[in-house]
Design a protein around this ligand. Structure first.
Ligand code: SF4
Ligand code: SF4
Length: 340
């Protein structure tokens, strides 16, 4: 089997395990290595010190897996065939009434906090990791030589966006996220670093053009310039990663976001159409009845036991109970201010 035939096989198997796209880059020094270094030097990572750790490992995936020759990058779409931002209220309304099951009391007339789309369903780390292991196993069954592989989902020290761009999954948009012309930006990235020799797939062309919608729409000014993001101002960072008090200047600009923020993706023209492919596990489900928005008083009244119970298997556990309560207080202030 030639390297090009193996790449075709990877892409076919990726589709079979339910992934939207797979591409390949040649393992070596990470593309745009200076980007992360400059970003960290500016202090724009805020409290995410972990990003500064394992620099050597991040610099080259051959440090993660000795003898690595290829990086397989996959996209797993999480946005479902559902209404966009404007329609989310309808989805929320259709999910009321969990009280009877002893779940979460939901009222339609109370201030609510919104949850970013990526956290609506099951925790992607588990779902995507399983798919990547399945892909590696099937590949092992079908290729003609033994190989080593290492599966990475978010937690491994690998610069996912850079490798996704190199492998042609999409281009890095002005909102700093990877965009695919066909299915937009609401997808997770995962990688398999492998010693198998594969043919690289070509990088994607940048289609942002003269558009600046994401920069104009960002309520906190976190997108300081095209492709530049000061995470310390980003609502996603503030609500999910930042543990302390939030700057009083930023609080009113956080609007009704309780967990994460989708604004710079929602306004992107490449997310106008819902994607044709999506992993159902990432959609709304009864195991976590909170998304897409939750009454603030529910969060404010939670005990640690209730937090653990309701968020079991959800990516929302990235924020502690104290952080969710802090976020709920801010959203409540913002909702009250809007009403008066
Ligand atoms: S996620 Fe929200 S706050 Fe962060 S850059 Fe995008 S629009 Fe701005
Ligand atoms: S909103 Fe426009 S500029 Fe921003 S990422 Fe999308 S296409 Fe690019």
């Amino acid at each position: 089997m030639t390297p090009a035939e193996r790449t075709n096989l990877v892409q076919r198997l990726a589709a079979e395990v339910g992934l939207a796209r797979a591409g390949v880059a040649t393992a070596g020094p990470v593309p745009r290595a200076d980007y992360l270094a400059q970003w960290l030097a500016r202090g724009w990572a805020g409290e995410m010190e972990y990003l500064a750790r394992y620099r050597e490992l991040r610099a080259d995936p051959r440090q993660l897996l000795p003898g690595a020759r290829s990086v397989i990058v996959v996209a797993d779409v999480y946005r479902q065939q559902e209404p966009t931002t404007t329609g989310d209220a309808d989805v929320a309304a259709s999910r009321s009434g969990t009280d009877e099951k002893g779940q979460i009391p939901v009222g339609q007339d109370q201030p609510r906090g919104r949850i970013a789309r990526y956290a609506w369903g099951r925790d992607y780390h588990r779902v995507l990791r399983k798919k990547l292991h399945r892909l590696a196993d099937r590949l092992r069954e079908q290729v003609d030589e033994p190989f080593e592989s290492r599966v990475c989902v978010d937690t491994a020290p690998i610069l996912e966006r850079e490798w996704a761009a190199a492998a042609g999954i999409g281009w890095i948009g002005k909102n700093t996220l990877v965009l695919n012309q066909e299915f937009g930006s609401f997808f997770f990235l995962g990688e398999i670093v492998t010693t198998l020799e594969l043919a690289a797939t070509p990088p994607a062309t940048d289609h942002c053009g003269t558009c600046t919608r994401c920069l104009e729409a960002c309520p906190t000014g976190a997108l300081t310039a095209p492709h530049q993001m000061d995470a310390r101002k980003c609502i996603s960072y503030l609500t999910i990663e930042h543990r302390g008090d939030i700057d009083p200047d930023l609080r009113p600009r956080m609007g009704d976001w309780l967990y994460g923020c989708d604004i710079c993706q929602d306004v992107c023209p490449f997310n106008r159409r819902p994607p044709q492919v999506a992993e159902p596990a990432y959609g709304l489900n009864d195991r976590n009845p909170l998304p897409p928005s939750v009454p603030l008083r529910v969060i404010q009244g939670w005990s640690q036991e209730e937090y653990d119970r309701h968020l079991a298997g959800s990516a929302m556990k990235r924020a502690s109970l104290a952080m969710l309560k802090r976020n709920a207080t801010i959203v409540f202030e913002n909702c009250t201010r809007t009403q008066t």
